[in-house]
Design a protein around this ligand. Structure first.
Ligand SMILES: *Cc1c(COP(=O)(O)O)cnc(C)c1O
Length: 385
């Protein structure tokens, strides 16, 4: 069997070990220490992009934890409703349910595959009519592609509903020159093992003020009041990032831009392969306002009745020990969310039928690329014979 080619696997830069060793030398084997604050500073500087925007970054144990805390900071409680993009990973929606609130799912639009502004507004109007104002909007930059930031923010501002920007897949992407991770009232990042950079597991909450960061760290460290004994007047969580994992993060931040370049190169590699295959479109930025890190390259089959299909290609690649995957199964189609309201038509559903994520890791070498290209070409040549 040829070695497995993964969709997206960790890619260390080299200095991660150095930061971990420092932590060991100083005995900072804890969910606090110089790597945690160093990593937070690195992320802040990266998001600031040369201009101090006053953002504050709290390093946490996961992106899911960051979403959970963002919802708490926005006051989401039992019985509330929170709007969420349907086409996403379950982690975007689960924290709504942790709080006893109800997710209201929204369809995607064609250009970015993300939250449809049209159905977002329809949903807000309808929920208001039914007597409940949604507490927050969770919008996701899927596969690194920025959502329609201006349109979504305009609607959110008009109805005075805060936005939680799920930028778990979009570190390194930008919109109109500003980095993804800076557009929400709160923004979340993930450093899970499959993301563009990783701390093995980790995440961050980007806040717009020092007070919110302070509150985030307070909640993430068991909500201990200022007292010599253990005193609590609020429920807390154990959500801080470990100083060891943060050390990996510092090393990874040094190579982030390089990783984005390599992922974008993989996207170009696929554009060339599919250039002459009319049944398949490679998902691209819809215009110059968008800069995508291409965390994963997505292709969409546009002719269901033809000889070729998403599943056909996926199974063909699987036989060659090459991993590929359908896009996220929309949340409104998930058994666990079957009772949640949904606004939209069939865009997300069709994307789930027609879309495929291809191996996109920044560590795919020439031999891997040769195997992938040969495999894809073989699949499409077969149909013609
Ligand atoms: C990975 C991911 C998350 C969750 O991040 P974790 O660090 O794995 O908890 C949330 N939203 C999206 C869109 C993701 O891809």
């Amino acid at each position: 069997m040829k070695p497995k080619i993964w969709l997206s696997s960790p890619h260390m830069g080299g200095n991660e070990q150095k930061y971990i060793n420092e932590a060991f030398q100083e005995n900072w084997i804890a969910p606090l220490g110089p790597n945690v604050s160093g990593f937070e500073d690195d992320i802040k500087e990266y998001l600031d992009n040369g201009v101090d925007n006053g953002f504050e970054v709290a390093a946490l144990s996961s992106g899911t934890a960051a979403l959970h805390l963002a919802l708490i900071l926005l006051g989401v409680e039992r019985g509330d409703e929170v709007i969420c993009q349907s086409m996403t990973f379950a982690a975007s929606a689960n924290p709504i349910v942790y709080l006893g609130a109800t997710p209201v799912f929204i369809d995607s639009e064609k250009d970015t595959l993300n939250l449809s502004p049209e159905f977002l507004e329809e949903a807000i109007k309808d929920r208001l009519e039914k007597g409940k104002k949604p507490k927050a909007i969770i919008a996701v930059h899927l596969y690194g592609m920025p959502y329609k930031v201006d349109e979504i923010n305009e609607i959110a501002a008009r109805y005075e509903i805060p936005v939680i920007e799920d930028s778990a897949e979009a570190l390194g992407s930008s919109y109109k020159g500003h980095k993804c991770g800076t557009f929400g009232d709160f923004s979340i990042l993930s450093f899970n093992g499959n993301k563009i950079i990783t701390t093995s597991g980790g995440g961050a909450l980007v806040c717009k003020s020092k007070e919110y960061k302070k509150k985030t760290v307070f909640l993430a460290t068991q909500a201990r009041d200022a007292a010599p004994h253990y005193q609590h007047s609020e429920i807390g969580y154990n959500y801080r990032l470990s100083n060891i994992c943060a050390g990996i993060g510092r090393g990874q931040m040094e190579v982030l831009d390089e990783r984005v370049k390599l992922r974008r190169k993989m996207h170009t590699f696929y554009k060339e392969i599919f250039a002459n295959i009319s049944d398949v479109n490679v998902h691209n930025e819809p215009g110059n306002d968008y800069f995508c890190n291409h965390w994963l390259t997505v292709v969409r089959f546009n002719d269901k009745s033809a000889t070729f299909s998403r599943e056909g290609l996926r199974l063909h690649l699987e036989k060659e020990n090459i991993e590929s995957r359908p896009l996220w199964k929309p949340m409104h189609m998930q058994p666990v969310f079957k009772d949640a309201p949904f606004y939209g038509e069939k865009e997300a559903e069709n994307l789930f039928d027609e879309g495929l994520c291809l191996p996109s890791g920044s560590n795919l070498g020439n031999e891997d690329q040769r195997r992938i290209a040969a495999s894809i070409k073989q699949y499409f040549n077969k149909g013609i014979l």
